[in-house]
Design a protein around this ligand. Structure first.
Ligand SMILES: [Zn+2]
Length: 411
């Protein structure tokens, strides 16, 4: 019987302990009075604030969340969010003030301290205070070495300042934290950073170092096209034309849609090597593989014109125009070749005929709300169902200041 009593007392003590713990979790002593922490999250102001946030009404969200914050002046997260909202509104000074005030609070734990510093770093970055932003993110990392947000922001700042080596080290840390699923993305970024380091070496005349960097970039991720282009350039500078040619040919094999970047370089080296036919062969292979590949056609047309065969070049250009009527480079090449041939009436008429048939000239209309495109004017958008949202798309010249439609729509 006595044993049973002891168990009962024990259970009772446990229950009291649990209740006290719950109460402690719920209530907090602030300036001599007990504050119910739950009240903040249950207050209508908090919910309304969130609703406004979802609706993108930042000003109204700030108003409501300020009211909610008054219920518990100690709530750190809410003040952090309010500071962030001011930053998003462009009030960087206000955001900095808000977040700096939080740093003055006594008894911030390590993670809270890191969170406040991270927000402050974002404020500085937004305000363009680069040095202070870098210092803030580095302070975050002292408190929380695996803080991904701090590392990502630090990396972007280092990239902005062309501190490629520092950015590389930061990305390596991120890759290690993220682990295998995100590694491919990091590999690609590291490859681009290697390429930048190679370019830096190339500029400073460190040819061997540059070549090693570009090769390392390709090893990290074979899709990094600029690394091939620059590796070829470095090999060319060294006088190794065969190696340069092979590298640029590899670039075409890896990314045929970017072939035109290698073509201009290859045209010259094939000529120097005394094999101009290889250029034509390569262009023909590219156009055969992809009918929309207009750049290879334009490159081959230029090559043929230089070789004294403008009529053949014009046929290629007309073919390219049918597939890509929007490419101004094709129109320019056609007119240059037509002029060279003294504007034969029949060929000019063919040009007009091809352009008349192309979709490009059917005056595309674009929905201002969702960018849905239509070749004719419609009053209700079939995609977003809004009324009267269509404008006629005009591709404005670069110097035209009186654009009739927002810049975002001009492609
Ligand atoms: Zn729409």
């Amino acid at each position: 019987m006595q044993g049973y009593g002891i168990v009962l007392i024990g259970l009772l003590a446990l229950l009291i302990g649990l209740t006290a713990g719950k109460a402690w979790e719920r209530y907090k002593l602030v300036e001599g009075r007990w504050v119910d922490r739950r009240r903040v999250r249950q207050s209508p102001h908090f919910i309304l604030g969130l609703n406004h946030l979802v609706a993108g009404q930042v000003d109204l969200a700030i108003d409501e969340l300020e009211r909610a914050a008054k219920l518990d002046p100690g709530a750190l997260e809410l003040r952090l969010v309010l500071g962030n909202l001011h930053r998003e509104k462009g009030q960087v000074g206000r955001a900095i003030q808000e977040h700096q005030a939080l740093l003055q609070r006594p008894r911030l734990n390590k993670i809270e301290h890191a969170n406040v510093l991270l927000c402050l770093g974002l404020d500085y970055r937004r305000g363009g205070f680069v040095d202070r932003a870098v210092a803030a993110f580095q302070d975050v990392l002292k408190l929380d070495p695996d803080n991904e947000a701090a590392l990502v922001n630090l990396e972007k700042l280092q990239e902005d300042q062309h501190q490629w080596q520092e950015a590389y080290v930061t990305r390596r840390r991120l890759a290690r934290i993220a682990g295998p699923p995100d590694q491919p993305n990091s590999q690609l970024i590291l490859a681009f950073l290697e390429n930048e380091l190679g370019l830096q070496a190339l500029k400073e005349g460190r040819l061997d170092d540059a070549i090693a960097r570009f090769e390392a970039a390709i090893d990290l991720d074979s899709r990094v096209v600029p690394a091939y282009l620059h590796l070829g350039d470095a090999q060319h500078q060294r006088g190794d034309l065969a190696a340069a040619t092979a590298t640029w040919e590899r670039a075409i094999a890896v990314a045929p849609d970017r072939a035109y970047l290698s073509l201009a370089r290859l045209e010259e080296t094939y000529d120097t090597l005394g094999q101009p036919d290889r250029f034509a062969e390569r262009c023909r292979a590219l156009t055969a593989a992809s009918p929309r590949e207009w750049r290879a056609r334009v490159a081959l047309a230029r090559h043929l014109t230089h070789g004294g065969e403008p009529s053949l070049a014009l046929e290629l250009l007309f073919d390219a125009l049918e597939h890509n009527p929007h490419a101004i480079a094709i129109h320019q090449a056609i007119w240059a070749t037509l002029s060279l041939l003294d504007l034969p009436k029949q060929l000019v008429a063919r040009y007009i005929d091809i352009t008349r048939q192309s979709v490009f000239y059917l005056d595309p209309h674009v929905c201002l709300r969702c960018r849905y495109r239509s070749t004719e004017l419609i009053w209700q958008c079939p995609h977003c169902h809004e009324w009267n949202t269509f404008v006629e798309e005009r591709i404005t010249p670069a110097t035209d200041t009186e654009a009739e439609i927002p810049a975002a729509l001009v492609q």
